[in-house]
Design a protein around this ligand. Structure first.
Ligand code: G6P
Length: 466
């Protein structure tokens, strides 16, 4: 079996004990099962010049090779360009974008430096799998160093339409360099179609089939690979954690009220302001629900050096305070908000307790919280998922109550429907949602990507096509 080399900006180093984002959650299981090399940023910032060689540590079958970033690289490559330009742009929120050419240059330099540190670790039969928007230039940077191995790329976040992309100068170069990969994977067919259109109009690619492009005489395969969760394992964890002390305390504190739960990184794409507006509208329209519901929003602070995130924190704190002050009572607080990270097992227990899982991003590549909420439910008495139609997950989970997160009334109506839904309908919807996730897993997802990469780069299969 060829060794799998995963490259991502974040590497969940076993020694760091850091909380995992969506990407690491998806890849962890695959890497544990398959083994291989995981390469990327160490999560540390070095004071002096960075070492050319990666540091390697091993855990089980996985070797982790990481490099530090300098302060300037962290500011310009990670904060400013990846999270201040590419993240809002690809989520179709270009108004949040802050473009500066110096950041674009450092982004390019970091991609080249990572390619230079990775190259000496590569073996001829390795399969290279690059992840996410921080590393759009890495496939071309590796090719420029003569790396001939198969290279796959997977984008965990959405891909915007070409006219939105045009808002960022120099974006054509990003699309062109990404096309140095042999397989480019997306969460949804919409993202893939947007990329294919961008490749044609910005990089001169020619579409030869629904899932293949020709670029300078090379064939580039495109594919849709929705990220999945380990549904059964998550369900077991939720059932166990429901009996844990922390969860019991939460249950007692609710005193019979129904819990509406939101779990998101504090991020402008997650629609947190709109979510509070929807909840507020619910309580204004349905006075009988006051004192009978509580909303818990866990929104751990994320990317705190990026301006739009700082601004969001201020607005959210303001709106949350106002909601509680306007609608709360001496003995009832409508909204509880936590901006610290909460560990996954505890979250799983809370999810099982919640009557409503409120997942309403303005746009999201997939959103694994939606899938986790479903997995966490007690099949005998399941809660209801209220899901934004702009999350990738909505394409697989149409048995949820799908909402437009910009429409506070629609959100209030969906919440009201969810809170009053009878057991039979809750069970029927839950069964349909569970069926959409139960036979899938990150391991199956990863294997299917790797198998497609192998097929796309198999010389015999290539010869047959030409
Ligand atoms: C999303 C992205 C990941 C990222 C994660 C956490 O899931 O797709 O690439 O790692 O958010 O964000 P952070 O900036 O903390 O790595």
């Amino acid at each position: 079996m060829n060794r799998l080399v995963v490259v991502s900006n974040r590497v969940p180093l076993p020694s760091s004990g850091q909380q995992a984002g969506g990407l690491a959650v998806a890849l962890d299981g695959l890497m544990e099962k398959r083994g291989g090399l995981w390469f990327g940023w160490s999560g540390s910032i070095s004071d002096g010049p960075t070492a050319a060689l990666a540091r390697v540590e091993s855990a089980g079958a996985v070797d982790y090779a990481t490099v530090d970033l300098t302060q300037e690289e962290h500011d310009r490559y990670y904060n400013n360009f990846s999270n201040g330009v590419l993240w809002p742009l690809l989520h179709t929120m270009p108004e949040l974008m802050r473009f500066d050419r110096r950041d674009a240059r450092v982004y390019q330099d970091v991609n080249s430096r990572l390619a230079a540190s990775l190259q000496p670790l590569l073996r001829p039969s390795d399969l290279i799998w690059v992840h996410d928007y921080h590393l759009l230039l890495l496939p071309a940077a590796l090719r420029a160093r003569g790396v001939k191995n198969p290279i796959g790329f997977f984008l965990h976040i959405p891909f915007a339409s070409p006219d939105v992309l045009g808002a960022a100068p120099e974006v054509a170069g990003l699309v062109r360099d990404l096309l140095a990969a042999d397989l480019i994977g997306f969460q949804t067919d919409n993202d893939m179609a947007n990329f294919a259109a961008a490749a044609q109009c910005l990089a001169g690619a020619v579409r030869v089939s629904s899932s293949a492009l020709m670029v300078s005489g090379r064939r580039v395969r495109l594919g849709v690979f929705p990220v999945e969760i380990e549904a059964h394992a998550f369900a077991r964890m939720a059932a166990e954690m429901e009996r844990a002390e922390g969860c019991e305390r939460l249950r007692r504190s609710l005193q019979g009220q129904r819990l509406i739960l939101g779990i998101d990184r504090l991020d402008p794409t997650k629609g947190l302001i709109q979510r509070l507006a929807g909840y507020r509208r619910l309580l204004e329209k349905h006075e009988d629900l006051r004192r009978r519901v509580t909303m818990l929003q866990i929104a751990p602070v994320s990317r705190k050096d990026v301006g739009s995130y700082q601004k969001l924190r201020g607005t959210l704190d303001h709106d949350a305070g106002e909601l509680n002050a306007d609608l709360g009572e001496a003995d009832w607080v409508p909204l509880r908000m936590i901006s610290r990270a909460t560990v996954r097992p505890a979250v799983a227990g809370y999810m099982r307790l919640a009557r409503v899982g409120l997942v309403t991003p303005l746009r999201d590549g997939m959103n694994l919280v939606a899938k986790e909420y479903v997995a966490a439910q007690n099949p005998q008495d399941p809660g209801v998922l209220v899901l934004s139609r702009f999350a990738g997950a909505a394409r697989q989970m149409d048995a949820a109550l799908l909402v437009n997160p910009h429409d506070a009334d629609a959100m209030a109506d969906a919440l009201d429907t969810a809170l009053r839904m009878d057991l039979a309908e809750r069970q029927a919807r839950w069964r349909a949602l569970w069926a959409a996730i139960e036979h899938r897993s990150p391991v199956i997802w990863g294997r299917s990507f790797v198998a497609t990469l192998l097929r796309a780069t198999d010389p015999e299969a290539r010869a047959r096509r030409t």
